[in-house]
Write a protein that binds this ligand. Structure first.
Ligand code: NDP
Ligand code: OXD
Length: 311
């Protein structure tokens, strides 16, 4: 039998992955952190979500790390990460959920649902001022797998939609901006900002007072990238001043969000517990199976991660 596949996650037992990988690969030696890894010299492949720093370096015969999240900052934060191939899941189910999350909050804000809920509580029949869809400008920061899907879906609903990326991109129906020079223009035309950047050296803290000041007054912010993108005090100050109209936050600098954090009670902050996109083994496993087969056949891998850019 080929080398062992280790499932390194404290969140779930890995049974679904074991079943799906065995269906795709035939008999496998599948180990889990929860049940015990046995002799770690046997481990050839590690499927990992937030591994303890240094753990992967102790697997002496490791050949490939598979990130169980589409984000890989949890791996690259480990300064002892072994020098082996790093790939990430590519999960169309997760991508769809992420777009749903952005669409939900975007439409919730656009259609004033919170005001109507308050009117209902007061038993008031009170139509709000109408904003035409063609006048509500959506801006998606990060035009990768998730950002492109999100931008396309907003554009399909008729919202003027733009995206911002590191390198130049063309996306039908979506206005595109890139690089530091493109950021101010992108922000100035954005009424609902969706962040779905990866967390890297360059993007950490990018959502700070300068960025918020460059957005039009009343802009609604949706963060489903990473908490480390946001300077929390700057966001709170922008919300308190009314410059930022509201924020839907799925990810935080510290998770779980500490009980004393001001976000919990802020009237214009909406919190979800890092649930915008769940890794779905059913939709994520085919790409992982292909990569395991490719690794064992000495063929090129897909969905590789560039440790230099950090994504
Ligand atoms: P990709 O790697 O496919 O795309 C990243 C995008 O960000 C690219 O368009 C890239 O530009 C752009 N980018 C990277 N660095 C910069 C920069 N310095 N300036 C401008 N743009 C930049 O990522 P995904 O779409 O797959 O995922 C994005 C992130 O979403 C993940 O890293 C993760 O943090 C988060 N996520 C959150 C989840 C949740 O449940 N909340 C679930 C899954 C993911 P270019 O195209 O030029 O390379
Ligand atoms: C991911 C996540 O990166 O769930 O996939 O955050």
């Amino acid at each position: 039998m080929a080398g062992a596949i280790a499932y390194i996650s404290r969140d779930t037992d890995g049974l679904a992955w074991n079943k799906l990988l065995a269906e795709g690969l035939g008999p496998i030696d599948f180990r889990t952190l929860r049940a015990g890894l046995g002799n770690t010299d046997d481990i050839e492949i590690a499927l990992a979500w937030k591994p303890t720093p240094g753990l992967l370096a102790s697997f002496r015969n490791l050949k490939m790390i598979v990130s169980l999240g589409m984000g890989v900052d949890h791996l690259l934060a480990d300064d002892k990460l072994p020098d082996v191939a790093i790939t990430r899941i590519m999960d169309e189910g997760l991508v769809g959920q992420m777009s749903e999350y952005a669409l939900y909050w975007g439409l919730w804000h656009h259609r004033d649902i919170e005001k109507y809920a308050a009117s209902q509580r007061a038993q008031q029949w009170k139509p709000e001022e109408f904003v035409d869809t063609i006048h509500r400008r959506i801006g998606v920061m990060g035009l990768g797998t998730i950002g492109q899907d999100t931008a396309r879906k907003f554009a399909a609903l008729g919202f003027p939609t733009a995206g911002w990326s590191r390198t130049a991109k063309t996306l039908p129906g979506v206005e595109t901006f890139h690089g530091a020079d493109g950021l101010p223009k992108f922000l100035a035309r954005t009424d609902i900002l969706v962040n779905v950047l990866p967390l890297t050296r360059e993007t950490r803290g990018i959502m700070d007072k300068t960025l918020f000041a460059a957005l039009p007054k009343g802009c609604f912010v949706i963060n489903m990238g990473r908490g480390g993108h946001v300077v929390d005090d700057d966001l709170l100050a922008a919300l308190d001043s009314g410059h930022i109209g509201g924020a839907a936050l799925d990810v935080f600098n510290v998770e779980p969000l500490p009980p004393e954090h001001r976000y919990w009670t802020h009237p214009r902050v909406h919190i979800t517990p890092h649930m915008a996109g769940y890794t779905n083994p059913r939709t994520a496993s085919p790409g992982v199976i292909d990569n395991i087969k490719a690794l064992r056949a000495g063929q090129p891998l897909k969905n590789t991660v560039d440790a230099k850019t950090g994504y």
